[in-house]
Each structure stands twice: as structure tokens, then as C-alpha cells.
Design a protein around this ligand. Structure first.
Ligand SMILES: Cc1ncc(COP(=O)(O)O)c(C=O)c1O
Length: 370
């Protein structure tokens, strides 16, 4: 098969696959533990609304039928909510799929993409898988995107700029004005993707929504997901709002039935379950304040977050902390994956989960001091 393999892009041969953490069951088995708290992937600790689970159950009987190829029910709902024509809405198998499709569409003949560093790991994977090149612009001292430097990094070959807002892994976000000024400066030959996976968790007033700007900036592309605040990560469903012509092209290259039946219906119910969303937002707000207080008392530096996760500096090697916490039944994400060698990223859980995590972290730090 050498000839066949020779045709594969060099960038794919050189890339490393996405490393997901161990599953709860794997960690249980490996360390003989009964209790595991997983705070590694920014999932919603309250799960979906109860009525969403009912919807999924009732839709289960229909899975012998293909899903609606156009996710019409969900698109209609989003269209009304955002006051946007359905042609401006794209539904994907998670935002991950939307990222891949965008890169397939825009980087077919190579090209460059600008992103913050660190930002969501998937951006670079999607770019490399199409033979594109990522230009990474470091975050500033406050762990924020430097939009002026990103604008200055634009070359003839740049097709896309990613703004992860709020940013994964740092949890920081940019002001509305900052992004609006940036859009004004960037040529409409470059797509500006604002990834808003965590928008529902923002507590600051000065946030960028962007929907009302879509009419003004044809190159603005907003990505949102049901994986986080709506508690549907396992369903795989996300959406984008943007230029109708771009979305038409995305529809041409996607799988005809890219979003499964249960995900479509679950998303409709989840979007309407506003009380549950509020409950999740309130819990996250309370618990982030709780973690701020605890980290301060422990003398640990942390980054204030606008998401459902946060970065904290343990002062120790992140991989070691990750392994030791895992042995104690807590799964987090080590910061070395983002070149933050002594930091860990922890998802904000329920009070019980957060207390369990803090107890294990305190134990670990005490062991290291002895
Ligand atoms: C910034 C960001 N964008 C997109 C995603 C992917 O979301 P989805 O589950 O919709 O593929 C994530 C998931 O962690 C994320 O952190």
C-alpha cells in the first residue's frame, strides 16, 4: 500500500491524534476505585433537562428512520429565536464537525489560519488535516487574545481567523468593542470565526454576542454548541450562524444525514428548557466563586473564568498532578497540553464534585510538602 500512503498529506503524517482522557470506567478499573469525579472535558455536571431525557427516550423508537437531512425543527426554532433566515443557520454533528467542514471548504488548496495560543486544540488539528498552516499568536499576560497582533499577522494566504471567545483553555474573553473594532479592520476575504461554545456561561456584561452584526459583516461566522450549557455533549450537536452562501457550500459537502434524530429532537427540547439552563448557569456562577475563594485560601494562582472550567497553577509538574489526581479518583486536564506546564484545567462541577476535587488536591499538595 506504499503508493496509496504516499499520496496522504505530509501534514497528516506529521500530526498527532487528539488525546482524549481516560473514561470513568477505565480509571475505576485501573486504580480499583469506586468513586470517580470527571472534571476534564467541560461537560455539564447537571446533565440535560429531564424533559430532554424524555424526548430522547421517545425518539429512540424512531431510530430505524433516517433523520431529517435539514434539521428543520431545530433550524426553525433557532431562526425564530435569533430572527435570522434558516439559510444563515448550519447544524452540525458537534461544532467539531463544523470546524472540519469549514477547513475542508476553505483550505482545499492550502492556506493559513490565525489563532490564539493556547486556544482550542481542535483548530490546529482541523487545519493540519487539510494541509493548511496555523499561525499561532500568543495570548497576552492576562491570557487574552491579542487582536492587534492577530490583525498584524495577516498575510495574503490567510483564509480564516479563529477567536475562541471565551477561550478554551484559559476561560478568558474579549470585550464586545474589541471584537467589533477587529471586524472593522479585517478584510471580508478572511472569515472571522468566533467560537462561542461557552457563551451561555458568561457572567460579565461586556460580552460579544454578534448575531446582530451578521447582517453587517458577511465574513463573520459564529459557532455555538449544545455540548456545554445544554448538557448534550454525548449527542453531538452544534450550530453556526453566518453567511448564507458559505452555509450553502457547507451543506453541499456535509454528510446528508450528519445530525442524528435523537440529537435534533433533544436540542429542540433543550433550547426550550430555559429553567434548566438558568439552573445550570446559576450553579456554575456559584461554584466558580466557591473555587476562586478556595484557591485563594490555598494560595494558588488561578485565572478568572467566563466559562464552566478554570485554570489553576499548582506550582507542580502538570502531568504528575494529573496522574496523581487520577489515582485519587479525580480526572482533570494537565496544562502541559497548552504549554502551561504547572497549570491544570478543571471543569466546574457540583459542590460535591468540587469539594471532592479540592480535598484530593489538598492531599496531594500536602504530600508534596512533606
Ligand atoms: C472552544 C470549543 N469549541 C468547540 C468545542 C466542541 O464542541 P462540540 O462538542 O460541539 O463539538 C469545544 C469542546 O470542548 C470547545 O471547548
Amino acid at each position: 500500500m506504499e503508493k496509496l500512503f504516499a499520496g496522504i498529506l505530509e501534514s497528516v503524517k506529521n500530526m498527532k491524534r487528539y488525546k482524549a482522557g481516560k473514561s470513568i470506567n477505565e480509571v475505576k478499573r485501573e486504580y480499583g476505585l469506586d468513586k470517580i469525579v470527571k472534571l476534564a472535558s467541560n461537560e455539564n455536571p447537571l446533565g440535560p433537562a429531564p424533559e430532554v431525557i424524555e424526548t430522547i427516550k421517545s425518539e429512540a423508537a424512531n431510530v430505524y428512520l433516517y433523520p431529517d437531512s435539514d434539521s428543520r425543527d431545530l433550524k426553525e426554532l433557532l431562526s425564530q429565536h435569533y430572527n435570522l433566515p434558516a439559510e444563515r443557520i448550519f447544524i452540525g454533528n458537534g461544532s467539531d464537525e463544523i470546524l472540519d467542514l469549514l477547513m475542508t471548504l476553505l483550505l482545499e488548496n492550502g492556506g493559513q489560519v490565525i489563532q490564539g495560543d493556547p486556544a482550542f486544540i481542535k483548530y490546529e488539528l482541523a487545519v493540519k488535516s487539510r494541509g493548511g498552516e496555523s499561525i499561532k499568536v500568543p495570548l497576552d499576560d492576562n491570557h487574552r487574545h491579542q487582536l492587534d497582533k492577530m490583525a498584524a499577522a495577516v498575510t495574503e494566504d490567510v483564509k480564516v481567523i479563529f477567536i475562541c471567545n471565551p477561550n478554551n483553555p484559559t476561560g478568558t474573553m474579549l470585550s464586545r468593542e474589541g471584537i467589533e473594532d477587529f471586524l472593522e479592520d479585517i478584510s471580508d476575504d478572511i472569515l472571522v470565526v468566533v467560537d462561542q461554545a461557552y457563551i451561555e456561561y458568561i457572567t460579565s456584561d461586556d460580552y460579544f454576542d454578534g448575531v446582530e452584526l451578521l447582517a453587517h459583516y458577511p465574513n463573520l461566522f459564529l459557532m455555538r454548541t449544545f455540548s456545554k450549557a445544554y448538557g448534550l455533549a454525548g449527542m453531538r450537536i452544534g450550530y453556526a450562524l453566518g453567511n448564507a452562501r458559505l452555509i450553502d457550500y457547507l451543506n453541499r459537502i456535509r454528510g446528508p444525514f450528519n445530525v442524528n434524530r435523537m440529537a435534533q429532537q433533544a436540542a429542540v427540547t433543550a433550547f426550550e428548557a430555559e429553567d434548566h439552563l438558568k439552573k445550570c448557569q446559576e450553579l456554575n456562577k456559584t461554584e466558580k466563586e466557591f473555587l476562586y475563594k478556595e484557591f485563594s485560601e490555598m494560595g494558588l494562582e488561578y485565572i478568572k473564568t467566563e466559562t464552566n472550567f478554570m485554570m489553576v497553577d499548582t506550582g507542580l509538574n502538570a502531568v504528575e498532578v494529573f496522574k496523581e489526581l487520577q489515582q485519587k479518583g479525580v480526572i482533570i486536564r494537565p496544562g502541559n497540553q497548552f504549554a502551561m506546564e504547572s497549570w491544570i484545567r478543571v471543569t466546574i462541577g457540583t459542590r460535591e464534585e468540587n469539594e471532592f476535587f479540592l480535598k484530593k488536591l489538598k492531599e496531594l499538595l500536602a504530600e508534596r510538602r512533606n
